[in-house]
Design a protein around this ligand. Structure first.
Ligand code: PHE
Length: 373
């Protein structure tokens, strides 16, 4: 074994010679400068700064140098690598800036293009009819009262004088809300009518009381031309001293005239609701044929099916038991109430024959009713 050669030439490994390393750096910098987009620069990075790049391969040779020469060569390679890295980073910046500037130009949006060519929407006629009905009563001094759609059974039935197992509860095709533990009868229902708002109003407002309550109702009906499991009603309630059925007739007459035209007669026939006594089924004179279709030989009327009358609402004098349930003295106060279907009112007023048109959500249906605010 020979002694270490003190005058060993550190440039023994050719690839590590200063000239050679400088050549690799020059090559790399020239390639970086020549890269004209980010993809090209990526290829340059791989070729000149990757694991198989000449500088990386030269670096691997450092181990072959005698120990005394390694530090010197390591510095040289480190400096070379740093120079290449810096050049790459600078070029990357330049190319990204160029690209961003280009994208801004190429993908610019012309914000001066007309924006109002989108077809206008339209308010839903169920909303506008509900508002119109509400306005009729607000103009007579009624206040708007609202209640929850997910309602306590007590408000929807019990307080309205439906005894627990009374068949009238069944008539309402109730959707019961399951309890958190899965029990079918949690005591909560989707309200089947707007009448529970009567109870809430009587319990929370001072007397005398005049309220009108439009709102959504739910029943287990299957959707067909004349039924919808989700529909709307509007409820009216008055509680005051000395109210009689004459006042009820007056209120009904007012909304019929406002909705369907002046001079239309109304008719009350006996009916049954647990929360009103007496109860009535309200009809109005057909606003289309005004009864003419009932005469022998006359043109038939599609709207009233030649009956001359159209059923529009349920109504009655508030049952004293309901007043008592709400802490109102039935010897001093009396009340009347009525409820009508908004979809039904809409269908009668505008000759809509299929209730499904009101739930389809086709804007063309709504638009046909105009842009009423
Ligand atoms: N709530 C009744 C129904 O949905 C209608 C009604 C309201 C009847 C008010 C009388 C008084 O059938």
């Amino acid at each position: 074994m020979s002694a270490p050669n003190k005058s060993y030439d550190p440039v023994e490994v050719a690839t590590l010679s200063p000239d050679e390393v400088q050549r690799m750096v020059d090559d790399a910098l020239a390639a970086v400068a020549a890269a004209s987009d980010l993809d090209e620069l990526k290829a340059v990075r791989l070729a000149h700064a990757g694991d198989r790049a000449p500088i990386a391969l030269a670096n691997a040779e450092i181990g072959a140098l005698p120990p005394a020469a390694r530090a010197e060569a390591g510095k040289r390679i480190g400096a070379a690598r740093a120079a290449v890295r810096t050049a790459l980073a600078q070029r990357q910046d330049e190319l990204e800036t160029e690209r961003d500037a280009r994208v801004l130009v190429e993908e610019a949006a012309d914000v001066t293009l007309p924006w109002d060519r989108l077809p206008a929407g339209a308010r839903h006629p169920v909303t506008t009819v509900a508002e119109r009905l509400t306005d009729v009563f607000v103009a007579m001094g009624y206040e708007v009262a609202e209640g929850p759609e997910v309602e306590d059974e007590w408000y929807n039935f019990d307080a309205l004088n439906f005894p627990p197992d009374h068949p009238a509860r069944e008539q309402y095709d109730t959707i019961f809300v399951a309890g958190p533990d899965g029990t079918a009868h949690s005591g909560v229902v989707l309200r089947t009518h707007t009448s529970p708002v009567q109870i809430r109003a009587m319990l929370s407002r001072p007397l005398p009381l005049y309220v009108v309550s439009p709102g959504k109702c739910f029943r287990t009906d299957t959707l067909d031309a004349t039924h919808s499991p989700v529909f709307h009603q509007i409820e009216g309630l008055a509680v005051d001293e000395g109210l009689t059925m004459a006042d009820l007739r007056g209120a009904i007459g007012a909304f019929v005239e406002a909705m369907f035209g002046a001079g239309l007669r109304t008719r009350l026939r006996p009916d049954f609701f647990p929360f009103t006594e007496p109860s009535a089924d309200v009809s109005m004179e057909c606003h289309v044929c005004r009864g003419a279709s009932t005469r022998p030989g006359a043109e038939p009327c599609r709207v009233c099916r030649s009956q001359g009358w159209i059923e529009i609402a349920g109504a009655g004098m508030v049952n004293p038991r309901v007043l008592v349930a709400c802490g109102i003295d039935p010897d001093r106060y009396s009340g009347f109430a009525f409820g009508l279907g908004i979809e039904r009112t809409l269908m009668i007023r505008h000759g809509v024959t299929d209730i499904r048109d009101t739930v389809d959500g086709d804007v063309r249906f709504s638009r046909a009713f105009g842009m009423e605010a």
